[in-house]
Design a protein around this ligand. Sequence first.
Ligand code: ZN
Length: 124
Amino acid sequence: MFELKVVSHFAAAHQLKMVAKKCENLHGHNWKIEICVAGETLNDAGVLVDFGELKQHVSEIITRLDHKFLNELDYFDDDNPPSSENIAYYIANSLETKLRNSKIKVVRVTAWESEDACATYILS
Ligand SMILES: [Zn+2]
């Protein structure tokens, strides 16, 4: 199995219901997103997938989040708040949809909300 990783960034605001915690207040992060995909078969060029193609898919997804107030996006609501966990989940599933007919699959997505804190969604 081969695994590729691409890294992307976006800036956005969110607000989480964590009573008496500072994340309850509207605030922003510069998220760093790490996306790992995997597959078993290399193409004639010896690569799993063209990085440019993969980054294009990722860019289309990240654009939906960049410079947004995430709580206002259709995808997120009170039952599915824009935590780093749910952001990772959203990106993983969005990319999985885009890769549905390809030979690679999403393995995991990690959303870093600060230098020392991240959440990872792992697809089984
Ligand atoms: Zn936050």
